[in-house]
Design a protein around this ligand. Structure first.
Ligand code: SF4
Ligand code: SF4
Length: 437
């Protein structure tokens, strides 16, 4: 019988190295690739359905897929060119290199709250910190519910190793960040907006502080909360606690405790949409890892292949053993560099043999390091064991829903146990069990 623990956040005892090698790399726009492959599943929720057909001419910013589902966001063409193939899972576009804009593109006219929410939806915006949740849903409250929200919390922690795309957003587009926060704050009618940022980025913090001091009247409700650089500081639950001292109970949303959380690049992207009307068709991606010749930040049209991006970054300097979309702790390993970028791709990391840490799993030595480092007070070793042995009754007692999939347990394990993988499997097993009832 396993002990059931409640899921309160605790400070973790393990240091994850930052590796922010590209922090000083100014973002370079990538030349338009010959072809983009735009996936229909760009976000959490329902996939979009293509609304174009093979042979159609398209322009940048033209809607090419949409969905009537509540949790969804339209998808726009990131290039001008011709539709080459339409599949249920993706649309392939041969780019003409001219990047002609769709003539319907114009800054949105916003006269009321519904206009604001519709503008966010039309922009195609999803959480750009990697979560990929359609943004308009987060801001779609009744007037009564809005009255219960007092804080907009901006996630600028970027605690995952290697990734610097949010930090570059702040450095290169500080006013877009602050204008986006002001727009979200005005819509939500919040008393305060807090930017949560780790202390590893003093230059970024100094730049924001400087503007907030100079533009005191314009951005008067915005403050900065400097946080210790400690992975997984940017996890929503942990960020909320660090910045507001409020506890997000299991199964509740931030809005249940008066908070809306948005990623820093998400708000800045919306500010640009307000100015230009150009929807989300490109994004900044950190390209790094020991197998990449020239690590840097690149502005990439959505749907560009990882291969094209790496080639732009000087190609591989050694055989890549592991390629990730996202960071090494929470990102997804991709099987081939033919995979294309999505709206939520904030990083591409390619590692050679040494760094890929693809060590063989060995037997658990019952050292309890995984338990010790878990910020959610879970028992990864017990979850792992219950999943492997299909012990459903035990699994139900282990609070899997509280796991934020931060990867610290796997990182700390001396036996290289695939703990997070098994925790994800365990969550799926419990979902299947619930669906059968
Ligand atoms: S991934 Fe591991 S360390 Fe992170 S919350 Fe889940 S069980 Fe805990
Ligand atoms: S850290 Fe690894 S070896 Fe140690 S108890 Fe957890 S699963 Fe077992």
């Amino acid at each position: 019988m396993f002990m059931k623990l409640s899921a309160w956040v605790k400070p973790t005892k393990i240091k994850v190295p930052h590796h922010k090698n590209t922090l000083n790399s100014e973002t370079v726009p990538m030349p338009v690739p010959n072809k983009v492959r735009i996936a229909m599943q760009q976000h959490i929720g329902a996939p979009c359905i293509p609304i174009v057909k093979e042979g159609d001419d398209v322009k940048v910013g033209q809607v090419i897929a949409d969905s009537e589902a509540f949790v969804s966001a339209p998808i726009h063409s990131s290039v001008s060119g011709k539709i080459e193939k339409v599949l249920p899972s993706e649309i392939i576009i041969a780019a003409d290199g001219k990047q002609m804009m769709d003539p319907s593109i114009a800054p949105p006219v916003i006269e009321n709250d519904q206009d604001f929410v519709q503008a966010i939806k039309k922009s195609g915006l999803v959480g750009l910190g990697g979560a990929g949740f359609p943004t308009y849903i987060k801001l779609n409250f009744s007037e009564q519910d809005k009255g219960k929200i007092d804080t907009l919390l901006i996630n600028a922690a970027e605690c995952e190793p290697y990734i610097t795309s949010d930090a570059r957003e702040i450095l290169e587009s500080s006013y877009d960040v602050l204008d986006g926060i002001a727009a979200f704050s005005k819509h939500l009618k919040v008393k305060q907006a807090i930017i949560g940022i780790e202390d590893k980025n003093p230059t970024v913090i100094a730049q924001l502080e400087d503007i907030l001091k100079k533009e005191n009247e314009r951005f008067k409700n915005i403050s900065i909360k400097i946080l210790p650089s400690q992975y997984p500081q940017g996890a929503e639950k942990i960020l909320i606690e660090s910045c507001t001292n409020r506890i997000l109970p299991l199964g509740k949303l931030p809005s249940d405790i008066g908070i809306v959380v948005a990623n820093v690049t998400t708000v800045a992207t919306f500010a640009r949409y307000l100015q230009t009307g150009i929807p989300l068709v490109a994004r900044r991606v950190t390209v790094d890892g020991s197998a990449v010749s020239q690590p840097q930040n690149v502005l990439v049209p959505i749907g560009t292949s990882v291969k094209d991006i790496i080639e732009f970054c000087g190609g591989y300097k050694e055989e890549p053993v592991k390629i990730l979309q996202g960071g090494p702790m929470m990102g997804t390993t991709i099987p081939t560099d033919e995979v294309t970028t999505a709206k939520r791709t904030n990083a591409i990391l390619a590692f050679g043999k040494k760094e890929a840490r693809q060590h063989e799993e060995s037997d658990c030595i019952r050292c309890a390091r995984c338990v010790d480092v878990c910020p959610m007070n879970l028992m990864p070793v017990s979850i792992d064991q219950s999943v492997r042995w299909n012990e459903m009754e035990n699994l139900k007692t282990l609070d899997l829903a509280a796991c934020i999939e931060c990867g610290l347990c796997s990182f700390a394990c001396p036996s290289n146990r695939h703990l997070v993988q098994h925790i994800r499997s365990g969550k799926a097993m419990l979902r299947d069990l619930a669906a059968k009832k």
